[in-house]
Design a protein around this ligand. Structure first.
Ligand code: HEC
Length: 116
């Protein structure tokens, strides 16, 4: 009497795995974000770390709080504001040279992809 049949258990597992796969970011912006990730690695990672949480040594050296780029405070900014931070600088962050045009669009897509 009772108990889940093995087949039912299997279906439950499959559903759980599908739900997890659903967390993978949408493919629509994948190309830009992927290209931007390379720009990020070359131009931003030293200070912001690959996952955007910030390099503690840089934060200490520059005497500044590095806000996590994936966090709400940074993510609520518009694309234009994020671009301005890169091309004009913001607070203690100097303008980043050599990031313009498509690179700038793509790096913003990469920052969006860090969203938690
Ligand atoms: C030399 C280190 C350094 C590099 C390289 C750097 N940043 Fe920053 N960034 C900082 C610091 C420091 C801050 C915090 C500034 C402050 O709050 O005074 C910051 C802040 C930011 C912010 C938050 C802006 C805000 O107003 O809260 C964004 C977005 C950002 N950086 C994006 C980038 C991107 C994208 C790149 C690469 C194109 C980059 N940064 C490269 C040091 C750096």
């Amino acid at each position: 009497m009772g108990g889940m049949k093995p087949s039912a258990r299997h279906i439950t597992m499959t559903a759980a795995i599908s739900a997890l796969l659903g967390l993978v970011p949408a493919a629509a912006t994948a190309a830009d974000a992927a290209a931007g990730k390379a720009v990020f690695a070359a131009k931003c990672k030293t200070c912001h770390a690959e996952d955007g949480t910030g390099n503690p040594a840089i934060a200490k050296m520059m005497k500044v709080d590095l806000k996590p780029l994936g966090g709400a405070e940074v993510q609520k900014k518009s694309d234009a504001e994020l671009k301005a931070a890169v091309s004009e600088g913001t607070g203690k962050m100097k303008a980043v040279a050599g990031v313009a045009g498509a690179d700038l669009d793509n790096v913003v897509a990469a920052v969006r992809a860090l969203k938690k």
